[in-house]
Design a protein around this ligand. Sequence first.
Ligand SMILES: [Zn+2]
Length: 338
Amino acid sequence: MSVQLHSLPRPGGSTQRIEQGKIMHSSSNRLSAFLCAGSLFFTASVSQAQNNDPVELSIEHVAGTVYMIQRPGGGGNIGASIGPDGVLLVDSLFAPMSESLVAAVRQVTDANIRFLINTHVHPDHIGGNENLAAMGVLIFAHDNARLRFLAERNRFPRRAGSFTPQPPESARPVVTYNDAIGFHMNGEEVRAFLVPPAHTDGDSFVYFPESNVLHLGDVFRTSSYPIIDVFNGGTLRGTIAALDKALDLTDANTRIIPGHGLTVVGREAIIEFRDMILDVRNQVLAMIKAGKLLDAVMAANITAPYDAKWGQEDGWTAEDFVPIVYYELGGSGRNVDR
Ligand SMILES: [Zn+2]
């Protein structure tokens, strides 16, 4: 494995804060004091109109040193190791929520927020990076995730492939790894590691072995069918393999933080999710082998038993999920291929 340190984006060792759209320089001490006073206003750096409002975030104890920080309705769920060695965050939600994120941590500890791991590149998981970096938080991600930060604009699967502009330079991960990395803090070795290309091609799971908690990023969600982001290297095959990897790591007592979903769950929820995906895959594959075109597969409504549980989220239903399965398995809607 290798670990790479990328040059810090801010010259001169100064830190930046973002106030009403302007970038301002200040010392990190002044910034920290300002943050503690709770009077810093953040503005959005990611264009997500529905997520531009600051909201209060909740924090709940999961197990051991690990907490989950969540916005109302869930989504982009943050994991946090909190203890005497400081705070490590997993994902950063949206920029306007950074002040609430710090406030949620402060409900539990006054310790420094030192490290942030991005599980992948989507805006609801990296939006707070710039603000946290300005506080002196060191950002980590897999090599592939960082590469996605460098694209001039990034395409995402919802709304039939929407685009977002390049995240600011100061939001980029500073330390990247090509396999796995360990953080020795708060009495355990927190492990972040690449999994097979599932949601994207830069997905990390974050495992807290002593606390027996696993954060699965958006590879696992309890609120919708899996989002396989083909624009960013996600695959069906990798989704199944990554979920199997999660099952290998867990036991009956492991607590699982899903990337999206309201509650922490146990491994049985991963099994249920994986088995649903396998069933859909097997049925779609059988229809492809029978020469069915996509229209026929969609008309068969094979997800009907699952739609009440996973098909209710706006912008990501069976209409989005099944075609991805169909095309990855070699199906084609084009008669010319028959
Ligand atoms: Zn995502």
